[in-house]
Design a protein around this ligand. Structure first.
Ligand code: NAD
Ligand code: MG
Length: 392
């Protein structure tokens, strides 16, 4: 690579989250040093991590939390930055070879672009920003000179499977979906679902927003769009299949009918570590599959009637423009409102579909237009949630 970075150093953006914490486990496992660490708001949790990993720079998006952290870490050499600008500044100053982008939502986009101008490799866990503005962000990462490696388990599986053939010979990508905790339920049965029920994912342990997205199959819809951008494939060449066991992480079907898959136990640390060590492999942290105990691997067609956000994502992908950005932003708000008990489980799909239909625009969209569409979608989704929930 054409830049000077310190070997075996990682910057972790979103270090207090599910992916962020697992990235720190992986850093321990491969003996990597942490250069920059960032978090949103939880300064208490973040302080403990800063004391353990001793980053050169720690940044928090929340200014008050950053101010508290600065006082708390006054006895250390750690430079503390605050605010969204502070997170971006930290990314602009990193000297790490690799950056793991584990901030959730659109907030990941600016630090991701800044880190791409500094790091050798961007290990991309965030999906919302890619869904909303994939073309623009991937272009910016390339211009920044960094290599992009996917961390999302399905996309890591596809990335690994693609190595067994030529890109021109790929017929389709097959994304596996666990189906979430409500697999097999009909739409009528879904209305009574509470946040606690939606947060109990059968196979993966993740942050709350993505866990609810999984329960609605919205996450899989996002992943179709994510795959479209990451692998330059049209949405109609990306298939979703429900696979309850979460052992086959995704597959690639080649022209001759051969299907190549990547398998393993459901543990994000494998995908995170692979993104960091690719093309090498190191001793992993995940439990090994025991073939004597796996009696069957099942595959089903997704139920698009009960889970309408999956077909909505395909439709948004086909329409292009700001549709995916509007859908993703509306989902972020609607899931938040659901988790706060303000709207019901099925209302989330109604808010997301309603806002997407009404405020999405097709045709070319600039990055600024996408940001504007994202902002408007949030306002509209909040309004619609308030109407549905009967809030004042
Ligand atoms: P999480 O909510 O557990 O963590 C999010 C992190 O981002 C936290 O450190 C939080 O402090 C930080 N953050 C939030 N808002 C911020 C802001 N405005 N500015 C700066 N930092 C901010 O989420 P997660 O489950 O770890 O997921 C992170 C991303 O990875 C998401 O985009 C998710 O879709 C994707 N992903 C997660 C998993 C998983 O297993 N958890 C799997 C695949 C992809
Ligand atoms: Mg995934």
């Amino acid at each position: 690579m054409n830049r000077e970075t310190e070997p075996n150093t990682i910057s972790v953006f979103g270090a207090t989250g599910s992916i962020g914490r697992q990235t720190l486990d992986v850093a321990d496992n491969i003996g990597a040093r942490i250069d920059v660490m960032t978090a949103g708001a939880r300064d208490d949790v973040f302080e403990t991590a800063c004391r353990k990993y001793k980053p050169r720079i720690a940044a928090m998006a929340d200014c008050d939390a950053a101010a508290r952290l600065r006082v708390a870490l006054a006895d250390t050499d750690i430079k503390v930055l605050g605010g969204e600008d502070g997170v971006i500044a930290a990314a602009s100053e990193t000297t790490a070879a690799d950056a793991v982008i584990a901030i959730s939502g659109m907030a990941a986009s600016a630090p991701m672009i800044a880190a791409a101008g500094r790091c050798r490799r961007i290990c991309m866990a965030n999906k919302e920003a890619i869904v909303a503005a994939g073309g623009h962000l991937l272009g910016a990462i390339k211009r920044g000179g960094a290599e992009l490696i996917p961390v999302d388990s399905e996309h890591s599986a596809i990335f690994q499977s693609l190595h067994s053939g030529r890109r021109d010979d790929v017929d389709k990508l097959i994304l596996t979906a666990s189906g979430g905790p409500f697999f097999g339920k009909k739409r009528g049965e879904l209305s009574a679902i509470t946040p606690e029920m939606a947060l109990a994912h059968p196979t993966w342990l993740m942050g709350p927003k993505i866990t609810v997205d999984c329960a609605m199959m919205m996450n899989k819809g996002f992943e179709v769009i994510e795959a479209m951008h990451l692998f330059s494939m049209p949405a109609d060449k990306i298939e979703v299949v429900v696979h309850r066991e979460s052992i086959v992480h995704s597959m690639v079907e080649f022209r001759d009918g051969a299907v190549i898959a990547q398998l393993g136990s459901p543990d994000m640390r494998t995908a995170i570590q692979y993104a960091l060590t690719y093309p090498s492999r190191r001793l992993g942290l995940a439990k090994r599959l025991d073939w004597r105990t796996i009696s069957k691997l099942t595959f089903y067609e997704p139920d698009t009637e009960s889970f309408p956000l999956l077909p909505l994502a395909y439709e948004s992908a086909r329409r292009g423009g700001t549709y995916a950005a509007v859908m993703s932003a509306a989902d972020e708000i609607a899931v938040h409102e659901f988790l706060r008990g303000r709207i019901g489980f099925c209302d989330v799909a109604d808010v997301v579909a309603g806002v997407t239909e009404k405020y999405g625009r097709s045709g070319e969209a600039s990055f600024d237009e996408i940001i504007d569409a994202d902002r408007e979608a949030r306002v509209r989704a909040r309004e619609m949630s308030a109407r549905i929930g009967g809030a004042d």
